[in-house]
Design a protein around this ligand. Structure first.
Ligand code: ADP
Ligand code: MG
Ligand code: MG
Length: 251
């Protein structure tokens, strides 16, 4: 489903190479996890896939269901079924969470040639989805993420993900800064969305998230490349021994 080949990326306004040949395939129905030391390029990979500016792709390709992503605008990638849950969700003062969600959902439906959801239909769906994620109805009325706790912001990302029903979900350290209960809620949200037609790329620092979201494949990223891939046991190895052994082995 998501197919990344030999992806090389540098900063647009600085001659600094960040991704140095990433190869990665995520099949429909599978959960792939990426772990790796700080600064290895994990967030950059998720930004480049979702269309954030400031990066230049100098080589390689990235396709979703065979369609090249890299030439598309960010909103076209979203319409194609890509979703990114941010490591640091942004606060948007003055924009109600519900309005934001409805605008996003309808923009996506429009881009796909589908009818807009009526206000009543949307309200019913968003309330039910929020409830299932244990999100307080009050949070729907407040401005996007403003004054939300760390856990509430992350759950709000999962709510957006659930409402947009993407084909390919990328979560960038959605567990960072969360207590165990909030992390479990995020994991439950992800698990509820697991589906044979949907792929996940879960970027995480901690093995403990992977206790709750059981990945099919674990990749280790370092210095702009995937240096090792394996099963869930690879995450346990990292938890127990850190990255040093794997880095040394690859060198
Ligand atoms: P990770 O998410 O694995 O911690 P990042 O993708 O955030 O890694 O960063 C990879 C490297 O690229 C780091 O050295 C970081 O400082 C650098 N980098 C990423 N984006 C920028 C930017 N916009 N300007 C300068 N350096 C950047
Ligand atoms: Mg980091
Ligand atoms: Mg990061």
């Amino acid at each position: 489903m998501l197919n990344i080949k030999n992806l090389h990326v540098q900063l647009e306004d600085e001659d600094k190479q960040i991704l140095k040949g990433v190869d990665l395939t995520v099949e429909a129905g599978k959960v792939h996890a990426i772990m790796g030391p700080n600064g290895s390029g994990k967030s950059t990979l998720s930004y480049v896939l979702s269309g954030k500016g400031g990066y230049e792709v100098t080589d390689g390709s990235a396709t979703l269901d065979g369609e090249s992503l890299l030439e598309l605008e960010a909103e076209e990638r979203a319409a194609a079924g890509l979703f990114l849950a941010f490591q640091y969700p942004v606060e948007i003062p003055g924009v109600g969470n519900m309005t934001f969600l409805r605008t996003a959902v309808n923009a996506q439906r429009k881009a796909r040639g589908e009818d807009e959801m009526s206000a009543a239909e949307f309200l019913k769906e968003v309330r039910a989805t929020a409830k299932s994620l244990k999100i307080d109805a009050d949070m729907l009325k407040r401005p996007v993420n403003v004054g939300f706790s760390g856990g509430e912001k992350k759950r709000n990302e999962i709510l957006q993900m659930a409402m947009l029903s993407p084909k390919m979900c990328i979560l960038d350290e959605t567990d960072s800064g969360l207590d165990v209960d909030a992390m479990k809620l995020v994991a439950e949200g992800v698990n509820a969305l697991r589906d044979e037609n949907r792929g996940f790329l879960v970027i995480t620092h901690y093995q403990r998230l992977l206790d709750h979201i059981k990945p099919d494949v674990v990749h280790i990223m370092a210095n702009g490349r995937i240096i090792k891939s394996g099963g869930p046991e690879l995450a346990l190895e990292v938890e127990n021994n850190g990255y040093a052994d794997i880095l040394a082995e690859v060198e």
